[in-house]
Design a protein around this ligand. Sequence first.
Ligand code: 9MR
Length: 736
Amino acid sequence: MSLWERSRTVAVLTVLLVGGAAAPALADEVEQVRNGGFDGTTDPFWSTSGMPMTLTGGQACVDVPGGTTNRWDVAIGQNDVPLVAGQSYRFSFDASGDAGHVVRAIVGLAVSPYDTYFEQSPVLGGLTHYSSTFTASADTAQGQVGFQLGGSADPWHFCLDNVSLVGGVPPEVYVPDTGPRVRVNQVAYLPAGPKTATVVTTVTTPLPWKLLDSAGRAVARGTSTPRGVDVSSGQNVQTIDFGRYRRPGTGYTVVADGQTSRPFDIGTAAYDKLRADALKFYYTQRSGIAIDDALRPGYGRAAGHVDVAPNQGDGKVPCQAGVCDYTLDVRGGWYDAGDHGKYVVNGGITTWEILSEYERSHAVRTVSLKIPESGNRVPDILDEARWELDFLLRMQVPAGKPLAGMVHHKIHDQAWTGLPLLPDQDPQPRELHPVSTAATLNLAAVAAQAARIYQPYDPAFAKRALAAAKTAYTAAKANPALLAPESDGVGGGAYNDTKVSDEFYWAAAELYLTTGERSYQQDVLASPEHTADVFGPGAFDWASTAAAGRLDLATVPNRLPGLPAVKASVVKGAEKYLAIAKAQAYGVPYAPTNNSWDWGSNSTILNNIVVLATGYRLTGRPAFRDAVLTGFDYVLGRNALNQSYVTGYGEVSSQNQHSRWYAHELDPALPNPPAGTLAGGPNSSIQDPFAQGKLTGCVGQFCYIDDIQSWSTNEEAINWNSALAWVSGFIADLRP
Ligand code: 9MR
């Protein structure tokens, strides 16, 4: 069943459920498409040249030529469609096509920059009715309804009828399928770890529960603890604690209130696999290298952005107009997320977190990631991080140029591209954006950290990295307020950040930890961030990096004056997240102000768990370790949506993360994201039109949808997987 059909079913169900209620007023519903039924003529629809429309049995049909690259290379459409921002529209049509071919049906802007406000890409077959509701994000008289048909090697046949765009419809009532009301970590509980489940129920008194083994035998019983209404989900819930049961096995379920949970294991094996998968994610994010299908079956692809047409390449990238007079070779690195951009601030925190996992864990050093460098005597985790480090170093302004030593904030396409689009097929010009203080300090911090870590493996690289870090730090001090603006968000993310005292602190901390030099020590001690409470609702992310510095000062051996207070501050941060986790019925160490969940909330939760894990390392207090594990249960399925946010982990997991190349939902020939890919997660602000069409009014945990179009709730990203890698590696090392 396609998504369109799913949403139709939901709509039908909704009608049935509210059957007795008065129908909503339809007076304002207005058809925006002219002659959508193709009565006697195909006017005023147009088709691209060389693909005439014919009227066949009251439908508009075309012979689609083969050998085109992009969906938009050949299309049928209608222009001058008016759209009103904030208004809900029902977009529907009937279409048929040679089996397996795809139509990209869009409502967008008919003129440059050709923004897409809504799109769906059903896989065609016999004549089928497709219907979906969305909310327009812009006002325009120059809207377009389009049916893009390109991208097929072979010619094929397509027919279209009953095209309709009705404005003023009531927003669709979307009801997620959340399955059984007993919620568990769908992957595995550690044998000696805590084991809690949640039952969503109207009952407010304790309920009996039992734990069943794979043969259906009850192996433990008890009664649940009522927790009242959980703010993060709006649900009345009770907690089931079966932590006393420790026998390893597979196929366990928990039964309560007449409901049986999804199955799970008790054991450690899944965490060994997840630790590797979360890191293996980075190889297929690589830019500038062909992905070897033998290493990642199903994921092989040509190298992206290596100066082979239609790519414009990353080998000689100029600046945006007026920004600089040179080009840089900025090949390599990882694509940031589902887009083809490469951003130093996000690459920085990601690489830091991966190197931090390396610094914390001995076991991770022997984990094979099946990458081209495997077997070269350097731990695979360091080989993978090096791919990004080399790119970050290339983003530094060369000596002799204005602002030498500073670092360009980002490099990406001149304009946003559509989906799907393999990296090597991106035709956009690439541009370097201005330098920023934040990007420069990211390089200073991460290159300094790399210098101490790579020293035993590649002393020449370590030396070069340290020199670059020192140069960057000095340049940032001379240019302390070059801030990336929010407005620079065309063709790539802005990653704007107005506060850089945290980046200064982090960079000084890493330089001090690597060199022990007095000047960096002084900067650490003088920084306002050094004594501030840096553990807010989210501990750290690409914009807030003070906690990264603090955690390393507390754990990497050093002689900083006042070190006990630094360690105590981290323990205090861990206590804070522990208290939050205990107060949350779902055990999550995250309670954002006004229950407004962040973009990428899964990574925020995981980074808060990193603080809990560090608290455990510093004190050995079991409560911190237990909060790490219980917090991770949320990510793996003990949550309001009853799904795991890690692809391939758990009976129901995110599969359709927003990505231009893991775009299976849009093109059956492309793969889903690889196992071990984290989805961004619930985001109360639902910035994308697809989520707005489905989730308007959502409460906290419900602000998520596993659809490729939902870039604000369901993207994959390097900085989110690094949090997954760090925490799953920590859990794999626990071995209780
Ligand atoms: O993760 C970023 C989030 O914190 C910001 O609020 C958001 C809007 O600026 O951007 C997110 O990052 C995206 C970036 O801008 C472009 N590549 C994909 C990133 C993940 O969605």
